[in-house]
Write a new protein. Structure first.
Ligand code: PXP
Length: 236
């Protein structure tokens, strides 16, 4: 299953501060092409997705809407109002080009436990974006999350095949561990049409969150084809 991140359509729009391309239209087309869900990251600095996008997506998404956000009071209020189907908590730094690593759950356990509780109180389901590390996965369960999204960015950045194989094994072990303690597992960040291949057919990895590579391909071949090709690679 793959959830498609439509932030990148909004990034293009914000480059001109105009109305196009509309990430809401991109999301609708992605769904028509077989996406299992739509993800957006509403950042504190609103560099791509705007509040208006989130509101419209909540009204129009027919699969599942996954809201990525930082654990801040402002975002808590928004999530409780908009009620996405899943809230994914991610670390956020203003200076970064994109999310740079998993949440430090273990060190912020008390804070995150409260935050997750505040989300669950209004019926929201919660996923924590973590590095594929046992201590962080255990802490995610302790914090009350239903899901973990394993950060695949380090794997995606591997230069040699040996390194990629080692980092893939790390993800596999992390996914097995997460499942063994009752967590549902997603994977995301930096995944593309090539590095997704080792995941194929492995039941440990049921869901993926993919944005940049799909939208980059969409510019060249169209969004429906780009999404369909990724859906084929992530369905088993
Ligand atoms: N998962 C999380 C938590 C992210 O922050 C991002 C980037 O927005 C993604 C997945 C998707 O990453 P990419 O755009 O590299 O596919």
């Amino acid at each position: 299953r793959s959830e498609v991140n439509s932030d990148h359509a909004a990034t293009r729009r914000q480059a001109r501060l105009g109305p196009e391309p509309d990430p809401v239209a991109a999301a609708a087309l992605a769904e028509l092409a077989g996406a299992d869900g739509i993800i957006v990251h509403l950042r504190e600095d609103r560099r791509h997705i705007q509040d208006r996008d989130l509101e419209l997506l909540r009204q129009t998404v027919k699969t599942r809407l996954n809201l990525e956000m930082a654990a801040t009071p402002e975002m808590l209020t928004i999530a409780r109002e908009v009620k996405p189907d899943l809230v994914t908590l991610v670390p956020e730094k203003r200076q970064e080009l994109t999310t740079e690593g998993g949440l430090e759950v273990a060190k912020n356990l008390a804070f995150l436990k409260n935050f997750v509780q505040d989300l669950k109180e209004v019926g929201l389901r919660v996923s924590l974006f973590v590095d594929p590390v046992t201590a962080q996965i255990d802490a995610a369960r302790e914090a009350g999350a239903e899901w973990v999204e394993l950060h695949t960015g380090t794997y995606a950045d591997a230069i040699t095949r040996a390194e990629a194989t080692r980092l893939f094994q790390e993800l596999l072990n992390a996914a097995r561990h997460a499942r063994s303690i009752g967590l549902k597992v997603k994977c995301g960040h930096g995944l593309n049409y090539r590095n997704i291949k080792p995941f194929k057919g492995r039941e440990e990895f049921a869901e993926f969150s993919i944005g940049h590579s799909i939208m980059a391909r969409a510019i060249l071949v169209g969004i429906e084809r780009a999404v369909r090709e990724m859906v084929e690679l992530t369905r088993w």
